[in-house]
Design a binder for this molecule. Structure first.
Ligand SMILES: [Zn+2]
Ligand SMILES: [Zn+2]
Length: 245
């Protein structure tokens, strides 16, 4: 065991210092670690500003909160993503999900960190959990890898077991907002052994689609006493505003 640990540490050392830094998007050699080459950088759509709650672009320039959030405030207090979901951001998310490339989690966290701002002392990072069956098949939860890297950058602890997924949910693709809400309702449960009262919780996910999963998590966490629940993800699907959103 000790030998294995030492070997894995050495391996990581070689990866970190022995090899040149590579672009997270295409693998070309770059000057800076956890960064992108010029071509990939131009392709990535870094998200900025927008509604102070949901982060989507605002129509009225003097408003802070968008019409949709005013009409129906989401359970999440703040939603932020580093980049729009596109070819490169998707490929990075997929390579992390199926290839367990921790370096990619580190790259993602670099661009997610500035979205968190100042964090209160009682904040915790909570990765959106996978159901046991999926975790068993894949062996790891990609959001936990990202949360751990964010923790290294912020000093905020990860509470990977604060939230449990008690029901496996079918893919939400193709479902409308109401169907999504219904599908994920009751899928999560707070861990009774973790005291969530008064906590600021940063939910961590790799890709956010409509936010219905994260909203279901937020509802459960607030019922368990959480003061505030924010969501930070690597990529976010940006669609034109729809009537049913
Ligand atoms: Zn590149
Ligand atoms: Zn909004």
């Amino acid at each position: 065991m000790q030998f294995r640990e030492a070997a894995s540490r050495l391996f990581r050392f070689v990866l970190d210092f022995g090899l040149p830094a590579r672009c997270g998007g295409c693998g070309t050699i770059v000057d800076d670690v956890d960064s992108f080459c010029g071509g990939c950088w131009k392709e990535l759509d870094f998200l900025q500003g927008g509604c102070s709650i949901c982060g989507l672009p605002l129509e009225a320039t003097d408003a802070e909160v968008c019409g949709a959030c005013l009409a129906r405030p989401p359970r999440l207090d703040r939603i932020r993503a580093a980049v729009a979901y596109g070819e490169i951001s998707r490929s990075i998310a997929l390579r992390l999900k199926y290839g367990r490339k921790v370096g990619l989690a580190r790259t993602m966290s670099r661009y997610m960190r500035p979205l968190l701002g100042e964090l209160p002392a009682e904040a915790i990072l909570v990765p959106v959990p996978l159901h046991r069956s999926r975790l068993w098949r894949r062996g790891f939860n990609q959001s936990v890898l990202v949360a751990r890297e964010l923790s290294k950058r912020t000093g905020v602890p990860v509470a990977a077991d604060a939230l449990q997924r008690v029901r496996a949910t079918p893919p939400l693709k193709g479902l409308n907002m109401r169907q999504r809400r219904r599908t994920v309702a009751g899928a999560f449960r707070p861990n009774r052994n973790v005291d969530l009262r008064g906590r600021t919780i940063i939910l961590v996910d790799d890709v956010m689609t409509t936010g219905s999963t994260a909203n279901a998590c937020a509802r459960i966490l607030k019922r368990a006493g959480a003061e505030r629940v924010d969501l930070v993800s690597w990529a976010r699907v940006i669609r034109p505003v729809r009537a049913d959103a």
